[in-house]
Design a protein around this ligand. Sequence first.
Ligand SMILES: Nc1ncnc2c1ncn2[C@@H]1O[C@H](COP(=O)(O)OP(=O)(O)OP(=O)(O)O)[C@@H](O)[C@H]1O
Length: 330
Amino acid sequence: MNNKQILNVKNLTKQHQPGLHSGIKDISFDVFEGEIVAIIGESGSGKSTLLKSIYGLLKLDEGEVLFNGKRVKGPDEQLIPGHAEMKMVTQDFSLNIYAKVYDNIASMLPNTNVALKEQKTLDMLDNLHIAHLKNKRIVELSGGEQQRVAIARALVSDTKVLLLDEPFSQVDSILKSQLRADIKNLAERTGLTIILVSHDAGDGLSMADRLIILKDGILLQNDEPKTVYAHPNHYYTAKILGNAIVLNIEQTNKLSIASKASHIAFYPEWVKINREEGVLMKVKDVQFKGFYEELILEKEDIHIRSVQFDTGIYKKNDHVYVNIGRFLEF
Ligand SMILES: Nc1ncnc2c1ncn2[C@@H]1O[C@H](COP(=O)(O)OP(=O)(O)OP(=O)(O)O)[C@@H](O)[C@H]1O
């Protein structure tokens, strides 16, 4: 990543249905060359609307997007909206499913220099680790393989900014971490700028340089993943990033936590358990997670979770003492 801005997103507003919460409101942020930015939010928070707006697919109510200082044109201004060096990969991949992998990628390049066309296509197949699939047809590929072809196709024509809508939705967890790492390496190697949209905060936390948190079409926070995780400015953010437990003031009082905030939030890893002192709670369930377990703890209407790395100590229906080591106030 360098310090040169490649995109300026300025005051974007797009309501699909006036009067309803349906779109995005007054969203502004800058993107630097080579950066990976993840847009994270619940379903319906406006992630796809924002991505499509940046790409130039939607007629905006207000605002503009600048690509290297030049305004990205919308659908009412030119036949093919957007910017030639910006590509988007949507969840449907838009591939020619009966054509071969090689041809899906090569067809993005002009025939003016056939040798160069072949070289670029082969390089891109290598970059995305799909060279062994080049003669297969798209229908014969898994979802994850198709995702790689779609990305290769988007990148082959000298793309500078890649927009990815839910890039890992069709990939299982092992392939997902490989694909995340491959995309991250590719960006580091080539200086490609990536904006991705995901409802899975893990995508943003593990591979993005910056997170943009969306709620009801509004930008809540825009900062480095570590900062957003440690200092979320809304409990919604703590919830989507780290599955935080959110308590209202009555619940906070019931757990004898010294706070007058209307809400507090804490991550399960901040909840400590012992047999001597703290708030007495019942172990409602013990969920095996592999190298750790998650305890569901109950007191009246309150359910909180605690992460235990020393497994097998506490059992269902045990009574334990709970200490909330840290909490965030809202
Ligand atoms: N073409 C449309 N017409 C009317 N309403 C729309 C349209 N597209 C999106 N919306 C509404 O705008 C809001 C934001 O939708 P959007 O698809 O941007 O959210 P999202 O965060 O990407 O959701 P998901 O994760 O479910 O894809 C939703 O309430 C949605 O119903």
